[in-house]
Design a binder for this molecule. Structure first.
Ligand code: V4E
Length: 199
């Protein structure tokens, strides 16, 4: 599946407008650990490898460069697909093979996520805890089957956001926020690689 999503920094009033008439789906809490090699082999390609509550997931981009209206990533959670993408040998556990290949954790964060559904869109309101600081971010998402649908989905999200008077701007995701605050060298390497835009 392809995830098309746009992130928003939301005021209390924005959240109220967005969730009025929406169906509350659930609240869940999960901890993510993000991995990369010391020379940022993955990040420099805009690839994001994480373990979410112990299950590995890999996000790889379908968009070009940092200038875009919404993010389009393919999300992989199937072990053999992840192994193929990372060119991992079938030696042992996925965790062990990831470590042997030199990928090490660089960010751990715990998210409390409230999920809503409205007009076919998924709305996630995330409160992120990094240990010594927090971040609040909202996302509007659509899951689609192919790249043609993905282009269409971006437009649909923008229209939905405008209907709700949301601020449309480039917003740092939760990992990017962490990098900017805690790993400035890492952050600047990704800007130089054309993956991130300084915001
Ligand atoms: C895709 C990405 C990163 C991985 C984390 O993705 P994100 O969507 O922020 O996390 P989350 O928890 O909402 O994932 P979900 O549960 O929806 O699967 S870290 C950076 N990126 C890409 C990215 C980018 N290239 N530029 C900016 C400004 N932000 C994020």
């Amino acid at each position: 599946m392809i995830e098309v999503e746009k992130k928003f920094l939301l005021s209390k009033r924005d959240m109220k407008r967005l969730t009025t008439g929406a169906h509350f789906v659930r609240e869940r809490i999960f901890t993510d650990t993000y991995y990369d090699s010391p020379d940022l082999l993955l990040g420099r390609k805009d690839w994001w490898l994480r373990s979410r509550e112990g299950t590995f997931e890999l996000k790889i981009p379908l968009h070009d460069g940092p200038d875009r209206l919404a993010d389009q990533y393919e999300e992989m959670d199937n072990e053999s697909t992840i192994r193929k993408a990372l060119e991992l040998p079938q030696n042992g556990s996925l965790r062990g093979d990831i470590a042997k290949k030199g990928y090490i954790p660089f960010c751990v964060c715990t998210t409390t996520r409230q999920t809503y559904r409205k007009d076919g869109f998924t709305i996630d309101l995330d409160a992120v805890e990094y240990g010594d600081f927090t971040y609040a971010i909202g996302e509007i998402e659509l899951m689609v089957k192919n790249e043609t649908q993905a282009q269409h989905a971006t437009q649909k999200i923008i229209v939905f956001a405008r209907q709700h008077d949301l601020p449309i701007a480039l917003v740092r995701g939760k990992v990017v926020e962490y990098l900017k605050k805690k790993r400035p060298e890492h952050y600047h390497t990704l800007i130089q690689a054309g993956v991130l835009k300084d915001t």
